[in-house]
Design a binder for this molecule. Structure first.
Ligand SMILES: Nc1nc2c(ncn2[C@@H]2O[C@H](COP(=O)(O)OP(=O)(O)OP(=O)(O)O)[C@@H](O)[C@H]2O)c(=O)[nH]1
Ligand SMILES: [Mg+2]
Length: 475
């Protein structure tokens, strides 16, 4: 359906200067026919291709194999490209510390791995292990560190972050895994951190159980950790109670000290520290690179967000003014939908998703259908009406609810598009599921009463400032 076939919409829109202008632009684009459309599509795909080349490729989350040197080099190259994108999109941004971190990365590939940390729950034997292990011959040249209280809930994140800066993590448990131990292990696995799991306090189990517990541990971790890297130990075994039959027939009980059993652990550690030393450093460099890439992405998203928000606000108040002046529900929806297509194009440009008009319309109407499907029109209209009622508003014209609802729905649409563009692949087909998720995420974050109240307050101030507002009766 062309714009000319929507006289009500045209009438409504022409009340707003800005809307009229872009509607004209759209009409012109439509009239210049297919050639222009193809040109836009061709241009768009060219840009997609260019962008595809510079997009960081996602790294499979569940790979625990050792990190190869070439992989780190590739990751560094991608981080460098990311930083270039940031420089192009935001030449004035402060990139000095990011640049410095990038420059320092290649040298990290050639450094000697030298840091080992012990991580684990309370009283599992970290200190005892550290005291004994660090005195071994093969341990010379390595710095050892225990992260105390590392699995306490309030400290877990910081402990894990600290542990991930080391070259090798010794994760100490004293039996089958607890939920929190398993959770931390999964985080370490996803970060591809070199790891050795130590099953300490082996002596606390009867000899018949010892093999079973070790076996069970190995099995639970088997999908990503080699069995050789789950090792049993007894850093400080409890003294053994010995009963001795005396010559006079009486039985005497006494405690016999036992020496630590760290044989299997020491053997495995000695092998890894000598043969894997370069690879351990690569893995550390890889984690540093990934962190840098994440920080670059965050900086870029912030820049884009700062650009996108004013666009959303512009369209939201445009929608408010239009619906306020023409408080006919159908018109409101139509007007908001019309704004939607242009909003898609403008926001898409910020997030490097280029759209032809037809594509933008499809996306806008998909979004409109989702808004309707989720019942957001009713929900927001009711919320706004109730805020208007409960607040002592000296001025609340007939069209206020419609105006504010149109503004709110436009805002919701805009913020959802931002959320969607942030993660969606610009070259991929429209993904309605992802779009719906974005919409729901954004709607949920907007659900606090204070958000509604400040929105309504800002909206009323806006509407009062528009010429249309002065014509409407105040109550
Ligand atoms: N039975 C037995 N006890 C052990 C073993 N290793 C350590 N312990 C005991 O467990 C207790 C805690 O040992 P630590 O080395 O202090 O454990 P930790 O993990 O450093 O403890 P926190 O730092 O306080 O969380 C001490 O009483 C040790 O003697 C072991 O292999 N067998
Ligand atoms: Mg300790």
């Amino acid at each position: 359906m062309s714009w000319q076939q929507k006289p009500i919409l045209v009438g409504g829109l022409s009340l707003s200067g800005g809307l009229w202008l872009w509607w004209q632009l759209q009409a012109t684009a439509a009239e210049s026919g297919e050639l222009l459309v193809w040109l836009v599509i061709a241009l768009g795909s060219g840009l997609w291709w260019l962008r595809q080349r510079s997009r960081p490729r996602p790294i499979p989350a569940h790979i625990a194999t050792p990190v190869a040197r070439a992989e780190v080099e590739q990751a560094i190259a991608l981080a460098r490209e990311g930083l270039q994108v940031l420089a192009v999109e935001a030449p004035d941004s402060d990139r000095q510390s990011l640049e410095q971190r990038l420059t320092a990365l290649p040298a990290q590939l050639d450094r000697q791995a030298d840091r080992i940390v012990l991580l684990g729950g309370r009283k599992v034997g970290k200190t005892r292990l550290l005291q004994t292990l660090q005195t071994a011959d093969w341990a010379a040249g390595w710095q050892w560190q225990e992260i105390p209280d590392s699995l306490q809930p309030e400290q877990q994140t910081a402990s894990v972050r600290q542990a991930l800066t080391a070259d090798l993590i010794l994760f100490v448990v004293a039996g089958d895994l607890t939920d929190s131990e398993l959770h931390v292990l999964q985080v370490l696995r996803d970060a591809r951190a070199p790891l050795l799991v130590i099953f300490n306090k082996l002596d606390q189990y009867a000899p018949s159980e010892q093999v079973d517990v070790l076996q069970q541990l190995r099995q639970r971790l088997a999908s990503w950790l080699p069995a050789a890297d789950v090792v049993a130990a007894a850093a400080d075994p409890a003294p053994l109670k010995v009963r001795q039959q005396q010559p006079d027939g009486s039985v005497r009980e006494q405690f016999e000290a036992r020496s630590p059993d760290l044989t299997a652990l020491s053997e495995r550690l000695a092998i890894r520290l000598t043969t894997e030393r370069p690879a351990l450093a690569w893995a550390t460099a890889w984690r540093a690179t990934e962190q840098l890439a994440a920080d670059i992405t965050a900086a870029l998203q912030q820049v884009r967000r700062d650009r996108a928000l004013p666009i959303v606000e512009r369209y939201q108040w445009l929608a408010a003014a239009t619906a306020f002046a023409n408080p006919v529900p159908v018109l409101d929806l139509l007007a908001t939908a019309a704004i939607g297509a242009q909003l898609v194009i403008d926001l898409g440009a910020v997030y490097q998703h280029k759209f032809a008009l037809a594509q933008a319309k499809t996306l806008a109407s998909t979004l409109g259908a989702l808004v309707a499907k989720l019942g957001l029109v009713e929900l927001s209209t009711q919320a706004i009406a109730s805020v208007l009622k409960t607040n002592v508003v000296s001025y609340a014209a007939g069209g206020a609810v419609q105006g504010l609802s149109a503004a709110y729905l436009t805002r919701l649409t805009g913020l959802s598009l931002m959320e969607y563009f942030q993660t969606a692949d610009p070259s991929a087909e429209l993904n309605p599921t992802q779009l719906e998720q974005a919409l729901q995420t954004v709607f949920q974050t907007q659900q606090r009463a204070t958000v509604w109240q400040s929105f309504v307050r800002a909206g009323l101030a806006r509407l009062q400032g528009t010429p249309a507002a002065t014509e409407s009766p105040a109550t």
